[in-house]
Structure formats: structure tokens, C-alpha cells
Design a protein around this ligand. Structure first.
Ligand code: EPZ
Length: 420
């Protein structure tokens, strides 16, 4: 398996281009299933999960092609196979997002249950409950979700938890349902808003996206889309934390500040100087060591769980003691064990980790376990003395486009090693 080697100790300096958001591009690609007309998506990041999604849609019968390096064109007018097989779903849980569009447009779907992953059980009960509320008959058999409906009917859905992909699946089901749908306790993440904006460009009638109550008036059919994906706030946040940890000065080009309010506030608390424009964020640490910050994850607009591992790494070398609470997923601290191998002083207590910052970390061989945990190991490697080698970096490639190239452009001594 490919590995990444880092020689730490260099303050990052310069400007980096932020790619399109993984967690927006996936549902928007699935939304092409809602129309028989051509769809065109720009600002698409080169990620393993995007490739997997293209394979999944093509396997169903959609015609998918690359118009250029960052633009995908797809037509789903001849989708003959409304299935998402286990072989694909097990590599990418987000495949569950074909469920809503398939039932809405074709009246049937057979999708493998995603199952759990490293960070938690990841149930999809809210997705299924919502589809049943819209009139679908749903059964789970031999590891597959089988859903059918003549035509979905609008309904009032109250989610037990503000699930991001659950909100997205149900929004994509409701846009072709008969009548009005209300999704209450909806997720408010920027990626949900990006999907809603894309659906509206297809002719959907949606109001309230970005709030906890989304109202949808179903349509008989939708046009295709010609849309550009929102910048990835988690990639941007990850690079800004890298700059803060290394005492550097970095501009994240393309980043949208108001998708990162809670993260920028924590970075300022850690002693960073932040300046922003409509489509850029700049962080200057002036060579200082970050101060420890307390973090408690929550659904948007709260502090994002996808930035928890990165701030755990920042606290590892910060001045003071930081307390990090993970309230969204039940097992999202795998990076703690690996950071301890670099000399971090951390103590896990249930869903909380108490971190006493140390002045320096020492490089060591590490193992990546899940996407954001792997990113936090890269960040720690950037400040550790000597060499850090991270194995199983395929986890990183799922969510970060060319991470070693982008960090290298900022001065990091980082390279990808052939499979060990
Ligand atoms: C999305 O996952 C993101 N993935 C995750 O990003 C992100 O961490 C997560 O939202 C939270 O922000 C994509 O958008 C593809 P949830 P999702 O449903 O939708 C519980 C990354 O690193 N829940 O909002 O699967 C669930 O157990 C990935 O990019 C139910 O109980 O997350 C969890 O505790 C990791 N029943 C909480 O809700 C359900 O039916 C939030 O999960 C659904 C979820």
C-alpha cells in the first residue's frame, strides 16, 4: 500500500487552491439520476470517492464522461439497472445516496446496506423512515435495502437526528414526489445547501435549505443541470490548521469563509491572525506556537466533526491543555493512539480526549485508519522532528486531492513512497 513520508519542522508559507467539496460532489452526481436530460458538473475534485461514484452510475446505465480535467458530463436517460451492489457500497458508504433519486424517478431501488465503518455504526434508519413517510415500501433483506413506490407522495418528515446524507436522500426523493414535503430537524451543512441549489437549477422548488426546516414542492420531472461544486470547507480547514501548527502563513484560495465560522473562531483562539475575502481565507501564525483550544463537535453551524482530528493534532503541540469532545460519532479517536506514538500526551475518557500540549513530537511510522484521522497524522508529521511515514494513505486519497503536492507547494518536505 502507498505510504507518505514527511520530514517535519518547516513553517508552511504560500497559497493553495482549494478543490470542490467531496461531500457536495457526491450527492450532486447522484442527483443526475433525477433527470433524463444531460448534466454537467464543474470544479469536481480528483478523489477516489468520485471515481467510485462514476463507476456506480455507469454500472446502472448512466453515460458518464470527463469533459475536461475537472468537469464531468453525465446522462441518466437509460438507467436500466436500479441497483447499488455490495462490492461498490462497501468501498463508499455515500452510495446510499442513490436510494432517494432511484425510487423517486424509477419507482424502485435495490441498494446494499452500507454497514458500519471505522468511525461508527453509521445507521441509515432515518433514510428509510423518511422514504416510508413518502409512501415507499421498504424492506431490508440479505443485506440489501429494497424500496418500491408507484409515485412518492409529499409528507411531513421529522428526523430523529439531523443526518446530512439522510436530509440529502430525502430531499432528492421529495423533488419528484406528488405534493409538498416538509423535512424538519434537517441538516444545515453547506453541502446540503449546495445540493439544494443544484436541484433548484434543475427546476425543483425548494425553500429553507440551510435551516432545520426544508420545504419542497414536488415536480413531475426535472431538467438536467450545469453546475459548479462548492469549495471544500474541510480541505480548507485542514490546510489552515497545518499553517497554524507549523507557525506559518497560508492563503486558502477558493475557500468560502462563512462555511467555516466555527473553525476560524477556534483558530483565532489558538492565536492565529485570520483575514478573509469572499473566496479566500488567510492565516498568519507569525512563527508562534498555537495556544490550546477546547473543541466540542456538533451538526452545522456547530464545530464540524470532520475537523475534530485536525484540532486534536493541533492541541498535541499547543501551549496548554485542550479538551476535545466528539459528540457526533461514537468511535472517531483512532488518531489518538497514533499521535501518542509521536510523543503526544493525550488521555481518552469516553467521548473526550484531554490533551496536554508538548513542545515537540518525534517522527515515527504510523498507520492511517480513516479519512480525517489520516489527515491529522499528516499534520502531526509536519511538526514532528525526524521522519514520519504514514501507511495506508488510500484513506487520505478518498478526501484530499493530491495532498502531498499541495503541501509540497507550501514548503513541506513530503513525498509519496511506493507500496511498502
Ligand atoms: C456525512 O456523513 C458526511 N459524509 C461525513 O463526512 C460527516 O462526518 C457527517 O455527515 C457529519 O457531518 C458525506 O456527506 C458523504 P450523518 P453522514 O448521517 O450523512 C446518526 C468525511 O470525513 N444517524 O449526519 O453519514 C449517525 O450515526 C465523512 O467526509 C442515525 O442515527 O453522517 C451519526 O451519529 C465522514 N441514523 C449522526 O447521525 C441515520 O439514519 C450523524 O450522521 C443517519 C445518521
Amino acid at each position: 500500500m502507498a505510504r507518505i513520508q514527511i520530514e517535519g519542522g518547516v513553517p508552511l508559507e504560500g497559497s493553495v487552491q482549494i478543490s470542490g467539496a467531496k461531500n457536495a460532489v457526491l450527492p450532486i452526481l447522484m442527483a443526475s439520476l433525477l433527470s433524463k436530460q444531460p448534466c454537467r458538473l464543474k470544479n469536481v475534485p480528483h478523489l477516489k470517492d468520485v471515481t467510485t461514484t462514476i463507476e456506480l452510475l455507469a454500472q446502472m446505465g448512466a453515460v458518464v464522461g470527463l469533459a475536461d480535467q475537472f468537469t464531468i458530463e453525465l446522462v441518466a436517460d437509460s438507467v436500466s439497472h436500479q441497483e447499488a451492489p455490495y462490492e461498490l457500497v462497501k468501498t463508499m458508504r455515500a452510495s446510499i445516496l442513490v436510494l432517494g433519486p432511484l425510487v423517486a424517478r424509477f419507482g424502485r431501488a435495490k441498494v446494499s446496506l452500507p454497514g458500519g465503518c471505522a468511525i461508527g455504526a453509521r445507521p441509515v434508519d432515518q433514510h428509510l423512515k423518511g422514504l416510508e413517510a413518502l409512501g415507499a415500501s421498504v424492506r431490508v433483506e440479505s443485506g440489501y435495502i429494497q424500496a418500491t413506490a408507484d409515485r412518492l407522495k409529499g409528507a411531513k418528515i421529522v428526523l430523529d437526528t439531523a443526518t446530512v446524507t439522510g436530509t440529502e436522500n430525502l430531499m432528492m426523493a421529495a423533488v419528484l414526489a406528488e405534493g409538498e414535503t416538509l423535512i424538519e430537524n434537517a441538516a444545515q451543512e453547506p453541502e446540503v445547501v449546495d445540493l439544494a441549489n443544484c436541484l433548484i437549477s434543475m427546476g425543483a422548488e425548494i425553500s429553507g435549505a440551510g435551516s432545520n426546516c426544508i420545504r419542497i414542492q414536488g415536480q413531475a420531472e426535472l431538467a438536467g443541470y450545469d453546475y459548479s461544486v462548492l469549495a471544500d470547507r474541510i480541505e480548507a480547514g485542514t490546510f489552515l490548521v497545518a499553517a497554524a501548527m507549523t507557525g506559518g502563513h497560508v492563503q486558502a484560495r477558493g475557500a468560502v469563509p462563512d462555511t467555516l465560522d466555527s473553525v476560524l473562531q477556534k483558530l483565532e483562539q489558538s492565536g492565529a491572525d485570520i483575514s478573509t475575502g469572499e473566496h479566500w481565507i488567510e492565516l498568519n501564525m507569525h512563527g508562534r506556537r498555537p495556544k490550546a483550544v477546547d473543541v466540542s463537535t456538533a451538526p452545522f453551524p456547530g464545530f464540524p466533526t470532520d475537523m475534530q482530528a485536525q484540532f486534536t493534532a493541533l492541541n498535541a503541540i499547543a501551549d496548554g491543555t485542550g479538551i476535545v469532545r466528539e459528540n457526533v460519532f461514537e468511535n472517531r479517536f483512532m488518531h489518538v493512539l497514533e499521535l501518542q506514538r509521536l510523543g503526544a500526551d493525550m488521555r481518552l475518557e469516553g467521548n473526550t480526549v484531554i490533551i496536554r500540549g508538548v513542545p515537540k513530537l518525534t517522527g515515527a511510522p504510523l498507520m492511517a485508519t480513516d479519512l480525517r484521522a489520516s489527515a491529522s497524522l499528516v499534520l502531526a508529521g509536519l511538526v514532528a522532528s525526524d521522519s514520519t511515514i504514514i501507511d495506508r494513505v488510500y484513506h487520505i486519497d478518498r478526501g484530499y486531492e493530491n495532498i502531498e503536492e499541495k503541501l509540497g507547494q507550501l514548503g513541506a518536505r513530503i513525498k509519496r513512497l511506493p507500496a511498502g
